[in-house]
Design a protein around this ligand. Structure first.
Ligand SMILES: Cc1ncc(COP(=O)(O)O)c(C=O)c1O
Length: 445
């Protein structure tokens, strides 16, 4: 499709692309096309400026079109566009792993590269199961996820995930031997909490119940998002993650944090593990790793896990897993340039200095029509609207659409509006984002 066609495309122009997680027919009848991006903004195909309230899709943490990243990618493409990492290596893959190890939570200094968050999750689940086998506990294969969890769309991530629409079409193809903790969203007890909710740490004790049911000796790992975005901003109650860590330690179960959205500064520290002072055994990341410029994911592993694999004959491949594009040179170049930008501009901690203003701004929406909860942490905000009777998601979608028409991009999950702006957002832009959203909510029935 050429640039001229993009402003007013015909149905035919839009037919071939089967869009992901999209109401294809509705979209194609009234397309929302983004054509250019820079800094905090997108521009639509018909030239309208749109303030980006979601960092693209929770990934463009340093803002759009960062010259430093573009130049590093161009240089790498001109130097070596591809190199395999199966039984071969290239220097910047090692450089990137070393750089990541330096900002990682304590001990998580062995890095496995993937191309997405979904692949990172499936990789971490496989590492967890294979780790237990490597140390002589091969019966530990059960995985525990959580209701409302989102861990991508691979068969592993889908199985440990807990969002019904992502699961129900694929019923019998789920991994066997998976169970779920209850989710931690409780509007009745915690509505309008500022930051982490105070009620609900005891929900972590449900893990003891699942252990009593299945026996610890069958369980490989528990996977949770420290904060979940996809289910509509679900926060961990105060003390909840620490309790999960204690129970996992007691029973020799690995704890996996899925930090695909919380990683790389989103909540004021490089990773949520550091912000909440709870260190997992494995940590999955993607999105902000390359500022969204090139697809890439990474699994951070405790050294003890890596070391458990490093046994047997030296010529034996220790883990039969990997992707053609694991540590793709162009992605590595993008990630290194991204880390440089994050470091030079203090972006891995900037959310901490903006979070008080952000919290006040987001909570100023309390009291508007149909607003039944407001949730926030770091530079994440969620506004839950009361569903229309018999039409779940309709009000949320209308608000999302009107916001886009008024020049702000937010994300809608059901009737929750989620926001996660680039970490370079300025205070005035926070005001504009929230005022526009407030105006739209006020005039939506
Ligand atoms: C917590 C979490 N895990 C995994 C994923 C999947 O990542 P990807 O879409 O890159 O496969 C996402 C995507 O939003 C996510 O939020």
């Amino acid at each position: 499709m050429n640039a001229q066609l993009t402003a007013t495309p015909s149905n035919q122009d839009l037919d071939a692309f089967w869009m992901p997680f999209t109401a294809n027919r509705q979209f194609k009848a009234n397309p929302r096309l983004l054509a250019r991006a820079e800094g905090m903004h997108y521009w639509t195909a018909d030239g309208r400026e749109v303030l980006d309230g979601v960092a693209g899709l929770w990934c463009v943490n340093a803002g759009h079109a960062r010259r430093e990243i573009t130049e590093a990618v161009t240089k790498q493409l001109n130097t070596m566009e591809f190199a395999p990492t199966f039984q071969m290596g290239h220097p910047i893959a090692f450089e990137l792993a070393n750089r990541l190890a330096k900002i990682a939570p304590p001990g998580l200094d062995r890095i496995f590269f993937t191309n997405s968050g979904s692949e990172a999750v499936d990789t971490a689940l496989k590492i967890a199961i294979a780790y237990h086998r490597a140390r002589g506990a091969g019966q530990r294969t059960r995985l525990i996820g959580r209701e409302k969890g989102y861990h991508g769309v691979g068969f592993g991530g889908m199985s440990v995930g807990g969002m019904v629409n992502n699961r129900k079409f694929f019923g019998s193809s789920m991994l066997p031997g998976v169970d779920h903790l209850p989710h931690t969203l409780d509007v009745e007890h915690n509505a309008f909490s500022r930051g982490l909710p105070h009620w609900g740490a005891h929900l972590a004790n449900e893990l003891e119940r699942l252990i009593a049911l299945h026996d610890a000796s069958t369980i490989a790992a528990v996977i949770v998002e420290p904060i979940s975005g996809s289910a509509g901003v679900v926060l961990p109650p105060l003390g909840y993650l620490k309790r999960l860590r204690e129970i996992c330690d007691k029973h020799d179960i690995l704890l996996i944090f899925d930090e695909v959205i919380t990683g790389f500064g989103r909540i004021g520290k490089p990773f949520a593990a550091q912000a909440f002072d709870v260190t997992p055994d494995l940590m999955t990341t993607a999105k902000g790793l390359t500022n969204g410029a090139v697809p890439m994911g990474a699994v951070f592993s405790q050294r003890k896990i890596y070391d458990a694999f490093m046994q047997g004959p030296e010529n034996a491949i220790e883990l039969f897993h990997g992707y053609t594009y694991s540590a793709h040179p162009v992605a590595c170049a993008a990630a290194i340039a991204t880390l440089d930008v994050y470091t030079q501009e203090g972006l891995l901690t900037r959310a901490a200095s903006l979070s008080a203003q952000w919290e006040n701004a987001v909570h100023s929406l309390r009291g508007l029509p149909h607003v039944i909860d407001v949730r926030n942490f770091g530079l994440i905000g969620g506004v839950e609207l009361e569903p229309r009777s018999g039409k779940p998601g309709a009000r949320g979608f209308e608000v999302f659409l009107k916001c886009f028409e008024r020049g702000i991009m937010v994300r809608q999950t059901g009737d929750t509006i989620a926001m996660s702006p680039p970490l370079v957002i300025e205070p005035k832009q926070i005001e504009r984002l929230i005022e526009t959203l407030g105006g739209v909510i006020r005039e939506t029935d």
